[in-house]
Design a protein around this ligand. Structure first.
Ligand code: CA
Length: 241
């Protein structure tokens, strides 16, 4: 099983901390909440997080001071930090980034925005390794040679469809929302509409020919790739009329 990314949430307002934690849990992250800098330090000393959400205004040491201190620590030097703050002044933003924050989210923020920022810093830190090969059913994808084959026969596939297929094959049997696919495949291009995903899924299915049925539309949710598509199952096990 894949390890869930650990997110340390340093936020002294319990309602906000809880809201963030719930949303992170629902979106495949493992959050830990602490309310001040001292507990935050204890936490990172014992378990290194994959990303930290750090409130600016904390009791005792401020988020900015903590960020500065962490950037001096070997262990915390490269862990992505996102500052959370009610401040909107440009100078505050600069101060936060100068302190070593990777990004900055101003309260009130939407959950989707926060999740997108978290995914973006994680991606920048550890871009998905692209030189690997994946197999699902009769379908094989080799990222190193940029080849997709179905039962050994090479298929022609466009670059975006290739990336999309690669991502789906690495995370099979699981439903991906259009938003999460946009985030993973198109990265930080937040202005692309979700409909774009549908267009590329359609092209991808066409490129895959008979294996196109492996990419299923999950009504109201998104897409998934499966080794055993419902469409083919239905053909193989016809229900008696
Ligand atoms: Ca606060």
């Amino acid at each position: 099983m894949r390890k869930l990314p650990r997110v340390l949430v340093v936020e002294d307002e319990p309602a906000i901390a809880e809201l963030i934690a719930v949303n992170l849990r629902h979106n495949g992250f493992a959050p830990t909440v602490v309310f001040d800098g001292e507990s935050a330090q204890r936490e990172v000393d014992s378990v290194l997080p994959d990303v930290v959400l750090l409130d600016w205004m904390l009791p005792g040491e401020s988020g900015v001071a903590l960020a500065k201190r962490w950037r001096q620590q070997e262990r915390m030097k490269t862990v992505p930090l996102i500052m959370l703050t009610a401040r909107t002044e440009e100078t505050d933003k600069v101060q936060g980034l100068d302190a070593g924050a990777d990004d900055y989210v101003t309260k009130p923020f939407s959950t989707q925005e926060l999740l997108a920022r978290i995914r973006a810093v994680l991606r920048r830190r550890a871009p998905e390794v692209v030189n690997d090969a994946v197999q699902l059913g009769d379908l094989a994808l080799d990222a190193a040679t940029y080849r997709v084959t179905l039962q050994g026969q090479e298929l022609k596939i466009g670059p975006t469809e290739f990336k999309l297929l690669h991502y789906l094959m690495k995370h099979p049997e699981r439903v991906h929302t259009r938003g999460s696919l946009l985030d993973r495949i198109w990265g930080d291009h937040v202005f692309i509409e979700e409909r774009t995903v549908d267009v590329h899924v359609k092209r991808l299915r066409e490129s895959l020919g008979v294996a196109g049925a492996m990419i299923e539309t999950v009504r109201g949710a998104g897409y998934r790739i499966t080794a055993q598509p419902q469409a083919l199952k239905a053909k193989n096990d016809p229900t008696p009329a």
